[in-house]
Design a protein around this ligand. Structure first.
Ligand SMILES: [Zn+2]
Length: 1067
């Protein structure tokens, strides 16, 4: 390699956008340069300048000439083909990317490309982010992944349609509105005023978020997004609701639901969170048995009247609603006599916070308790008592035994519950309150138990709870119940209990289970169809299928009503007197039409008469409209109906849904349920899920930890640009491509620096390609069959990489693409092909075969690399395209003005057809080259040589065939294949034998061994002849040309009008 990285100051032509450097990647193949790299001066923020020592030759001569130095040295300046390009080394992304985005927008590039594409449609259906607050890194990961897929599909000739969406209704926005106004104003706030403010807030947020998404470089139909507050969307949602209702899947019922006293509304599973560290007050209590099981033949008779059922609960406030005690018919139970004499045991049982109840302090009275036999010893230590077993029997024997309710004194039954009754905790007997628990509710249905729920919307006991009335069930009410039990000798032990407990995800306060009148979607009605559909969807990663199966097969009916204002109304009327709901195909259709025209506000401002169809007008005064709104998951879960089936160019089902893994119980599921219930089909063919974004240490991002990475700051930079430089969107996108998103992903300052470094290196690779094609025209391209072997090998490598990258795009494994680009475009190319090519490109002769051949290969690389990186790094790819130094005409005769007008590179079968033996041989040469570089490095350290061009390499192989091949390569027909060019030395020779005498003349040696070939001996001596002024190669022929006494034969041929025969190369 003769050419040096020219200094910026020497070549103003390069500095339009920053100094130019030919950058050298990790110097794998150029061990020679290592010392310079490690200590070297980085002259321009590139990969490190290559070698100062190499940075001379013709370029220095040119520089000196330009500065008016010794004319002699600049004599051949004009014969050297230095790289030139307008493509900046520095991306300056903060400025340049918005320019590129403007270019796309002004030219409607997305539309152009979609219109020109002739393939089928491709629909990735956007899951709507919530229109509340700023975007975080999770949003960025999500939308950029979608954009990478969409852009790849554009290159694959698909008509891509991507409609971005926003979820606009719901409590968080309603709360924001309420918080923004004072108390007096709140009293004045009518539902319509609230809705007006909420809509304004949502629309403003949509605009802010949209701006950020656009800045990420995400391509979408930004002028026509779908908003769940749009009248046509709301109408489609009501249509879905109506279809479900007409199929009998919507019902009103009194059922326990998750209820948030702090929000005063029912909540769906997806609106709950389970924070760490929740502690409940748990109690062991006893309920006195009054009559034994009817068919038990005196099973418990001997223990009367001192026999009790022992239960355990973490929600003592539900005891007033107790309706039964459930046992598992399959478990074994015992009657145990309780000896409460061991006063001190509790202190030693580790439970400092355990409080013993009065029931344990009864003195000499006998007490028998029924518990599961497996739990006896655990309960002994927990209660600090001795339990002597008196009788054993199966749970089934206890059915219909009766006990006295500890609060109201009623007689209640023992019932057989299901498998949910275990011996993992508690006593094996379950306090059953059907108004406050899902399993209790199911057991209650089986036995016809009353559904008692004496708790109001605020979480306070109602009159029905008598003495507890008005008390907060999560506070004073809970304690009052425990006190009551203790006073009546029903409390054995009270202790704090740490467990997972559902909280309202918005207010961060605990919820309760409470039976209320709600609207439900009956999942049982279409569960099997949903399960069948799940099996037909392509889940990526595959384990996601198990998650959605688990969540769908076990889920209870979907409570879809909310007692809030900012949402889509449940289109129902109630009879004023009978309270019977009125909801027919006709009424729903009528409301749908009104909503399509006026939006759902009409539900609040139109009189009931107008909301009802004509035929009800006479009886309209008998009805009032409902006040419930729909669960927002019903809103977003209807998007397939509102978007996919209502827009031209879209199709149902969508090709892909892509969201975070939490959506298995959220949007993936709600969309599945509404779609199955109304169409019998899943709304998606494939579902891709990604994990959460964590900080570099794997911790959740939080303001208090100070580890939040804000995508806008990553792109534009923070206040202190030294700590928080603006990396631009492409660096953020490169990060998205680099992570295995199927699990949680990490980001932080260090990761971003690595990404930025990789980005710069890739930019350097592209700049090398562009700058060495400055005088290129596609018609100069040589035929493949005429190319030197090294060039065929380079194309073979390129085509393999392009194909592998395509496979990884097809499988959505972008991190593999990142790795391939890093290895190939950043490391391998720089270390070998580019390194070797510089000689040909700079001093090979402008129109020479060897330079044109190399440019043929470089052009192929540029045209492929720019396309394969474009989905991930669209700005950089477009920047390259806009700086393309030649006109590229596609097969159809069109000249693509923008990079996405190019299609994916077509398959080059001949490039791949390289024979296995040849591939093997090149792999051997590359390995041998590494060994040669090691010896050269030693020679350089020993000061035998400076630059590698001062060296001659001598090779010997014991195996004749290998030796012959090496010898052939020393005098290759194509100069580019000659070994000394590949090793970047002035000469390479082979010797037939290694005599001691000969060995003594070779100061530096090494050995290359591999399984492919016999051992190859490597020697390095100083090169023969003198240094050529133009290319710095050494040659005995320097001095032999009278008119150009300082040139080698090759250079003489280049500068002289009459080129010398090709064989004149030195070897
Ligand atoms: Zn020369």
């Amino acid at each position: 390699m003769a050419m040096a990285p020219p200094r910026a100051s020497s070549l103003p032509v390069f500095s339009r956008r920053g100094p130019f450097h030919i950058r050298r990647a990790t110097p794998l193949g150029s061990v020679l340069l290592r010392r310079h790299l490690s200590t070297g001066v980085d002259e321009g923020g590139g990969l490190g300048s290559s070698s100062k020592r190499r940075a001379r030759g013709p370029v220095m001569a040119a520089k000196k000439a330009a500065e008016g130095g010794k004319q002699e040295e600049g004599k051949y300046k004009h014969t050297v083909d230095l790289p030139k390009t307008t493509f900046g080394l520095r991306a300056n992304s903060v400025v340049r990317e918005p320019e590129i985005q403007k270019l796309w927008e002004e030219n409607q590039v997305l539309k152009r490309v979609v219109e020109k594409n002739t393939g089928g449609s491709f629909v990735l259906h956007d899951g709507p982010p919530y229109a509340n607050g700023n975007l975080h890194m999770g949003h960025a990961l999500n939308k950029i992944l979608k954009d990478i897929i969409n852009r790849y599909k554009l290159l694959q000739n698909y008509k891509v349609s991507f409609i971005p969406g926003w979820d606009c209704h719901g409590l968080p926005i309603e709360l924001k509105v309420l918080q923004s106004i004072d108390k007096d104003a709140r009293k004045e706030l009518t539902p319509l005023k609230l809705r007006e403010k909420a809509a304004k807030f949502a629309k403003e947020t949509v605009n802010i978020q949209m701006k950020s998404f656009k800045r990420y470089g995400v391509w979408a139909d930004w002028d026509n997004p779908y908003l769940t507050l749009a009248p046509e969307y709301e109408a489609a949602q009501i249509e879905v609701f109506g279809q479900m209702a007409m199929r009998g899947y919507i019902y009103r019922g009194r059922k326990p639901v998750h209820w948030s006293p702090s929000s005063r509304t029912a909540l769906a599973e997806a609106e709950l969170e389970y924070p760490e560290g929740h502690v409940s007050k748990s109690i062991y209590a006893i309920f006195k048995i009054v009559s034994p099981p009817p068919a038990s033949n005196g099973l418990l008779e001997e223990f009367f009247p001192d026999i009790c059922l022992a239960i355990w609960t973490t929600t003592p406030w539900t005891i007033p609603a107790n309706a039964a005690v459930a046992v598992n018919s399959g478990l074994e139970y015992v009657v145990a006599e309780l000896h409460a004499s061991v006063e001190d045991t509790l202190a030693t049982s580790g439970g400092k916070q355990i409080k013993r109840g009065n029931a344990l302090k009864v003195g000499e009275n006998k007490l028998f308790v029924i518990v599961a036999s497996e739990l006896v010893s655990r309960l002994e230590s927990k209660w600090g008592v001795k339990l002597s077993i008196r009788k054993t029997f199966p749970g089934s024997a206890l059915e219909n035994c009766r006990y006295t309710h500890p609060v109201n004194g009623n007689e209640c039954p023992v019932v057989l519950g299901g498998d949910y009754i275990t011996t993992e905790s508690g006593t094996g007997l379950v306090h059953t309150a059907p108004g406050h628990g899902q399993e209790d509710y199911v057991t209650g249905l089986k036995y016809g138990l009353p559904i008692i729920s004496p708790v109001d919307d605020e979480g306070k006991f109602t009159e029905e709870a008598r003495k507890f009335s008005g008390l907060d069930v999560l506070g004073a009410g809970n304690s009052a119940v425990v006190d009551h039990l203790d006073k009546h000798l029903s409390l054995l032990v009270e202790e704090p209990y740490k467990h997972k407990y559902p909280y309202d995800w918005r207010t961060k306060k605990p919820t309760i289970f409470r039976a209320t009148e709600q609207w439900f979607a009956s999942v049982d009605g279409f569960r099997q169809a949903a399960m069948d559909a799940i099996g037909k969807v392509n889940w990526i990663p595959p384990q996601a299928e198990n998650r959605i199966i688990a969540m769908t097969c076990s889920r209870s009916d979907w409570c879809i009503s909310r007692q809030r204002t900012w949402g889509v109304p449940i289109p129902v009327f109630y009879h004023v007197h009978t309270k019977e709901p009125l909801m027919t195909e006709e009424t729903i259709e009528h409301i749908r039409n009104i909503v399509a025209d006026k939006g759902t506000d009409a539900w609040w401002y139109l009189p009931t008469e107008e909301l009802l169809p004509q035929k009800y007008h006479d009886v309209a005064s008998d009805y009032q409209k409902g006040t419930d709104t729909m669960d927002v998951w019903f809103d977003s879960g209807s998007s397939w109906a509102a978007v996919l089936t209502k827009n031209e160019g879209l199709s149902f089902p969508a090709d892909i849904y892509l969201e975070g893994t939490d959506q298995h119980r959220g949007w993936f599921q709600s969309s599945l349920l509404t779609s199955i219930a109304t169409t019998g089909k899943a709304p998606y063919s494939s579902v891709i899920t990604h994990g959460f974004v964590l900080d570099e240490k794997g911790l959740k991002m939080s303001k208090s930890l100070g580890n939040v990475v804000d995508p806008d700051i990553v792109i534009n930079g923070g206040k202190n640009t030294k700590d928080e430089p603006g990396y631009g969107a492409d660096v953020l996108r490169l990060w998205v491509s680099s992570v295995d998103y199927s699990g949680d992903v990490l980001i932080g300052p260090q990761v971003l620096r690595q990404m930025s470094d990789m980005y710069r290196k890739l930019r350097g690779t592209l700049r090398f390609l562009l700058s060495n094609l400055h005088d290129w025209k596609p018609e100069y391209a040589l035929l493949y069959k005429d190319l030197p072997k090294i060039d065929k090998y380079a194309l073979f490598q390129l085509e393999n990489v392009v194909n592998s990258i395509k496979d990884s795009y097809e499988n959505y494994q972008f991190y593999k693409i990142f790795q391939m680009i890093q290895r190939f475009a950043v490391v391998d190319l720089s270390n070998f092909y580019f390194d070797v090519a510089k000689d040909r490109l700079y001093v090979g002769g402008t129109v020479s075969f060897t330079r044109r051949s190399c440019q043929t290969v470089l052009a192929a690389h540029l045209l492929s690399i720019v396309r394969v990186i474009a989905p991930i790094l669209p700005h950089m790819a477009e920047d390259v395209w806009q700086n393309l130094p030649f006109e590229y005409v596609m097969e159809d005769g069109l000249v693509p003005k923008f990079v996405f007008e190019l299609k994916w590179p077509s398959l080059k079968g001949d490039w791949l057809a390289m024979e296995a033996d040849d591939v093997d041989f090149w792999n051997t040469i590359l390995e041998l080259r590494s060994e040669v570089n090691k010896v050269l490095e030693n020679a350089r350290i020993g000061k035998l040589i400076g630059s590698s061009l001062e060296a001659k390499v001598i090779l010997h192989a014991a195996d004749g065939a290998t030796l012959t091949k090496l010898r052939e390569m020393c005098s290759a027909t194509n100069d580019a294949d000659a070994l000394h060019r590949i090793f970047i030395t002035s000469q390479v020779e082979t010797v037939n034998s290694l005599s001691d005498e000969f060995l003594s003349t070779v100061p530096y040696t090494g050995k290359y061994t591999s399984q492919r070939t016999s051992e190859v001996w490597v020697g390095v001596t100083h090169a023969d002849g003198a240094k050529c002024e133009r290319c710095w190669n050494y040659s005995p022929q320097v001095g032999s040309f009278v008119d150009h006494p300082t040139l080698c034969a090759r250079c003489y041929g280049v500068v002289d009008v009459q080129p010398l025969p090709a064989a004149a190369g030195v070897c």
